[in-house]
Design a protein around this ligand. Structure first.
Ligand SMILES: *Cc1c(COP(=O)(O)O)cnc(C)c1O
Length: 329
């Protein structure tokens, strides 16, 4: 019987989900006072689950809007209470992550929300913002397990699995235990962290196969890559090939501020929308797929998640050189 066929309540499956959790805990060095939840609905469902569970004392939450997903999270939170955008880089087309200090946040905010890696714009936090005693909530959908993070600095980390961990359908939530148990009364059962934690993510049928696959990915990083320090080394090497090339020439422009560059999503443009289009279509013909930037920003974006080998990036740089030569501006 394959994992797709077994009952999620069987002892065989129980061993699979328990091993996946244990391996994620080991990989990310998750402290014992944190719960790991395997949920559904994607990161976008967490945009509502976070305020429903956490906007419970003063009904206030502070958001840093550093791109499209954090903008969506902010918009969703406004449905549930006094959500305020305390910092944004919107006026500058999100080419950096806005800087904040403790004083940027309302002292009585129930939490502060950030997006750790901005998938569409290719920016990331290269530090953890200081929020004092206010719990920090981070959307890590596009950077989770790409490098080590100090989980103890966060109240909640959540991530849709489909970029770095598993096929679509699974959302991982890592939450400090003291933040569980005060969901607002109107919270749908399926979004209530307490109910999900009490039922070991099995209140209803979990995304069994995606959890199984995530477990295999955790094992791969632990046993074959050698942990998150090694994963980071590999990812740094990989993105440096692309960034070093971008910095060495003037045909392509990398719009993101250097100190905010993402390891996972590298954005660049030629400066000419028609050429960008041609680049993406010729690259696809050469076997280099999915290089068109997000529909909202245009240009190009190379998403080089954990699964992308160094050779893929080397091929891309070769293609970029060739394209620049053949298409003078
Ligand atoms: C992809 C992505 C999302 C959306 O995830 P879904 O699982 O499709 O809801 C949210 N946040 C970030 C940072 C993402 O990269």
């Amino acid at each position: 019987m394959s994992v797709m066929e077994m009952s999620h309540r069987s002892s065989d499956y129980d061993a699979i989900i328990k091993a996946a959790e244990a391996n994620l805990r080991k990989l990310m060095n998750i402290p014992d006072n944190y719960k790991v939840l395997f949920l559904q609905g994607g990161a976008s469902t967490q945009f509502a689950a976070v305020p429903l569970n956490l906007m419970n004392k003063n009904k206030k939450a502070d958001y840093i809007v550093s791109g499209q997903f954090s903008g969506k999270a902010f918009k969703e939170a406004q449905k549930y209470g006094d959500a305020v955008c305390v910092a944004t880089s919107k006026e500058d087309n999100f080419v950096y992550v806005p800087a904040t200090t403790r004083e940027s946040f309302r002292p009585d905010a129930d939490y502060v929300h950030i997006c750790f890696n901005n998938t569409i714009y290719g920016t990331k936090y290269n530090y953890i913002p200081d929020t004092g005693d206010i719990p920090l909530v981070a959307d890590m959908s596009s950077c989770i397990i790409s490098e080590p993070v100090d989980v103890s600095k966060f109240g909640v980390i959540y991530a849709g699995a489909q970029k770095n961990m598993a096929p679509a359908g699974l959302t991982v939530v890592i939450i400090r235990e003291d933040l569980i148990g005060n969901a607002r009364p109107e919270t749908p059962s399926m979004l209530d962290y307490q109910l999900m934690a009490e039922n070991d993510s099995m209140y209803n049928t979990p995304p069994c196969y995606a959890i199984y696959m995530a477990g295999l990915v955790y094992e791969w990083i632990l046993n074959e890559v050698g942990g998150l320090e090694k994963m980071k080394e590999y990812n740094e090497k990989k993105c440096s090939i692309l960034y070093d090339y971008l910095d060495s020439q003037d045909y392509y422009i990398a719009p993101v501020k250097k100190e905010c560059r993402s390891m996972m999503n590298v954005t660049f443009v030629t400066g000419d929308a028609e050429l960008d289009k041609k680049f993406a279509s010729e690259a696809a013909k050469a076997g280099l797929k999915n290089l068109k930037g997000h529909r909202s920003v245009g240009g190009m974006r190379a998403s080089i998640y954990n699964a992308m080998p160094i050779e893929g990036v080397e091929k891309l740089v070769e293609f970029m050189k060739d394209f620049a030569e053949k298409n003078p501006k």
